[in-house]
Design a protein around this ligand. Structure first.
Ligand code: GDP
Ligand code: MG
Length: 713
């Protein structure tokens, strides 16, 4: 596996920058019948004696062997970390005494080897002696599966740290067996099969199907089970062991040529150490040398394509293909990240050189953005909600406009109120005409009701202007976030400018309503029109009445009250009223006449709160109500039009126009420079981090390009 180390190391750098787990190397699992040499094959791939091997069922629990590459330079550090961890676990009670004590302690010496292992189940314990590791595997197997050939599907997890391995996971599995022995359950065959399938059905698993050369290849259980999960043979590599144990006179030529069973990825023959070799503690290097000699002698034509070394190279190639397949995605990811960091970095801005020009720039930029947000020309366009100018427009036309339109012209005014007002305005004498004063009083009262929504409109716009500050500093002028003090100062200045404009604007809006109240212009052209219409209506009614009542008042007498205010055939409302009065007066007299001669104690007659109005009263009220309505609509239209204008002039435009000079005036002072442009503490650090990240990403991108060009052989 060592050929892959430089590639993986380079990739590791990439992983480290973009976050791990981008390329997951495939797991490699061995399957085959019992004692076919699975553990031996794995072991020679790792190049270490660490697995229990032997006749009978030796591997009785899955062993998940994670190889972890350690950089020789980092190794010392990792050792120290491990030791520190171990030490602090052991000495947790005395923690804090002397943080460096472990350096001189025994524990540190324990991990000073080049390679070491760690089991999941023994937590932080570090094994540098591989015989001890093998012993621990055996102990742990017995602990769960008993000592009488039982099996368990609970895996043992072992990590081997070494500068000579690539980050790869190997899985050693119990062998396929048919007949239960010892403590094995009746369905041992089925249980082991399921256990094997659990691991090899993972599509990211390369299957090493191990078959001993001294058994019949055509009935290989290993290839059979591999084919179940990998019918196309895309991730199955056949390994033929025990080439040295074939019967005299036979050879594996046909098998190794793929003539017996073709295997897409190839068929590789190996010679592992025999039981005698194991007993004699023959080491891996010697074994590989002998294997080579054996192949040269026995299969000279095939020697180059067989043997443990070739198996390792083939696996390397498979892994390399896998890595290459992952590269495009990794590259995309790196490019995206690089773009993100690039924009992050530019948002942090350059380190400040000329303070006063930076300050001026930032102030101007903020002011411009603020105005742009109001004008709708900001660079950052919000899509989730209305903001800035658009929202002000909304407030004017939707919120304020709608509210005004919903103000009823006669709201809060009952007919009795109107009647009472008419009576009060008449004074002691019964009036001939509906008194004008009552209309004025009543209409003013209604107009006054427009003030509150108008002031509320100012408030809403003010709030929005306040929100724009946040909007600008969040999105548009991100650089401002570098200088929290300047940011706060700007917010403060704008806020107080807005606050200063609030009373002025309110005053103006208040005045707009006051102006309307100051003079009820009954000669307003629209009002005159409305009266004219009504006049025609009532005139018609009068004519109808005249036809019914021949004794009606002569016409010349009626026109006497018109006071010459006729304009283009349209009478003013006073003239019109008088005319209306005439017919009504008669009705009233008629209605009252039957009461003549009766002595009535006036105090006995109560003024009813709700009663049936007389015809004249009804008409009076109706007239006044119609007039109020028509006049109110005129005023409402005025207010609806003038309040937004006032708000724009006194608040929005004023702030917009004076913002820049206000900010400069208050903040652009030599004495303040230093303080305002203090960068937030973490900003300089964040800028450096982003710059480093960007550099790393660019490097990573380069590494990927190189790896794509790399050929292992
Ligand atoms: P596993 O049960 O499939 O894991 O098989 P092991 O790796 O435990 O090996 C079973 C026995 O066969 C051990 O005693 C090994 O020494 C022996 N063995 C494995 N491979 C070879 C080989 O290629 N040649 C010889 N002579 N013995 C082997
Ligand atoms: Mg085994």
């Amino acid at each position: 596996m060592e050929a892959l180390i430089p590639v993986i190391n380079k990739l590791q750098d990439v992983f480290n920058t973009v976050g791990a787990d981008i390329i997951q190397l495939p797991q490699i699992a061995v399957v085959g019948t019992q004692s076919s040499g699975k553990s031996s094959v794995l072991e020679s791939l790792v190049g270490k004696d660490l697995l229990p091997r032997g006749t009978g069922i030796v591997t009785r629990r899955p062993l998940i062997l994670q190889l972890v590459h350690v950089d020789p330079e980092d190794r010392r550090k990792t050792c120290e970390e491990n030791a520190a961890m171990q030490w602090s676990a052991a000495k947790s009670k005395e923690k804090g005494k002397d943080p460096n004590a472990w350096k001189n302690g025994r524990l540190y010496k324990g991990v000073d080897g080049e390679e070491w292992g760690k089991f999941l189940h023994t937590k932080h314990k570090i094994y540098t002696n591989f015989d001890e590791i093998r012993q621990e595997i055996e102990n742990e197997t017995e602990r769960i599966s008993g000592n009488n050939k039982g099996i368990s599907d609970e895996p043992i997890q072992l990590k081997i740290f070494s500068p000579h391995v690539v980050n790869l996971t190997l899985v050693d599995l119990p062998g396929i067996t048919k007949v239960p022995v010892g403590d094995q359950p009746k369905d041992i065959e089925l249980q082991i099969r399921e256990l094997i399938l659990k691991y090899i059905s993972n599509p990211n698993c390369i299957i090493l199907a191990v078959t001993a050369a001294n058994t019949d290849m055509a009935t290989s259980e290993a290839l059979k089970v591999a084919r179940e999960v990998d019918p196309d043979g895309r991730r199955t590599l056949a390994v033929v062991t025990k080439l040295d144990l074939m019967d005299a006179g036979t050879d594996a030529m046909d098998v190794l040529m793929g003539r017996v069973i073709p295997v897409k990825l190839g068929l590789i023959g190996v010679v592992n150490r025999s039981q005698l070799d194991i007993n004699n503690k023959k080491n891996v290097a010697d074994s590989i040398r002998d294997e080579h000699a054996f192949l040269q002698k026995k299969y000279p034509s095939l020697a180059a394509r067989n043997g443990t070394k070739y198996l390792a190279r083939t696996l390397n190639r498979l892994l390399m293909h896998h890595i290459r397949d992952c590269l495009p995605e990794l590259k995309t990811r790196i490019n995206v990240l690089a773009a993100q960091y690039q924009s992050l970095l530019s948002s942090y801005g350059e380190p400040v050189e000329d303070m006063s020009s930076t300050l001026l720039q930032l102030i101007t930029k903020f002011a411009t953005e603020y105005c742009n947000t109001i004008e709708g020309t900001a660079k950052y366009i919000e899509t989730t909600e209305l903001c800035g100018g658009a929202r002000i427009c909304y407030i004017f036309h939707e919120t304020f406009g709608r509210t005004l339109e919903s103000v009823d012209s006669l709201g809060g005014l009952t007919t009795i109120d109107v009647l009472t007002a008419i009576r009060n305005a008449t004074g002691p004498r019964p009036a001939l005409f509906v008194p004008e004063v009552s209309f004025e009083l009543l209409v003013k009262r209604q107009v006054k009701r427009l003030e509150e929504p108008s002031l509320r409109c100012v408030e809403l716009v003010h709030e929005e202007m306040q929100r724009i500050i946040q909007h600008c500093s969040n999105y548009s002028t991100q650089e401002l976030l570098r200088f929290p003090k300047l940011h706060d100062a700007i917010v403060e200045v704008v806020t107080s400018l807005l606050r200063k404009r609030l009373p002025v604007t309110n005053e103006m809006v208040h005045n707009l309503v006051a102006i309307e109240l100051a003079y009820i212009n009954t000669k307003h052209p629209d009002f005159a029109d409305a009266c004219g219409l009504m006049n025609n209506n009532i005139e018609e009614q009068r004519r109808n009445r005249m036809r019914e009542l021949p004794s009606a008042v002569p016409r010349d007498k009626m026109s006497g009250g018109a006071q010459g205010e006729q304009e283009g055939g349209t009478g003013t409302w006073r003239g019109m009223l008088k005319k209306g009065e005439e017919g009504q007066g008669e009705d009233k007299m008629k209605a009252q006449s039957p009461q003549k001669g009766h002595a009535v104690n006036l105090l006995d007659v109560r003024v009813p709160v709700a009663r049936k109005l007389s015809a004249r009263e009804q008409r009076d009220c109706e007239v006044i109500e119609r007039l109020i309505k028509s006049y109110f609509l005129i005023v409402r239209k005025n207010i609806q039009d003038s309040v937004p204008k006032a708000v724009m002039h006194f608040l929005v435009n004023h702030v917009k126009d004076s913002l820049q000079s206000e900010l400069v005036g208050q903040l652009y002072k030599p004495a303040l420079l230093e303080d305002l442009l203090t960068e937030s503490e973490d900003m300089a650090q964040r800028r450096n981090e982003a710059a480093d990240m960007l550099k790393a990403l660019q490097k990573a991108s380069q590494v990927i390009a190189e790896i794509r060009e790399t050929h292992l052989w």
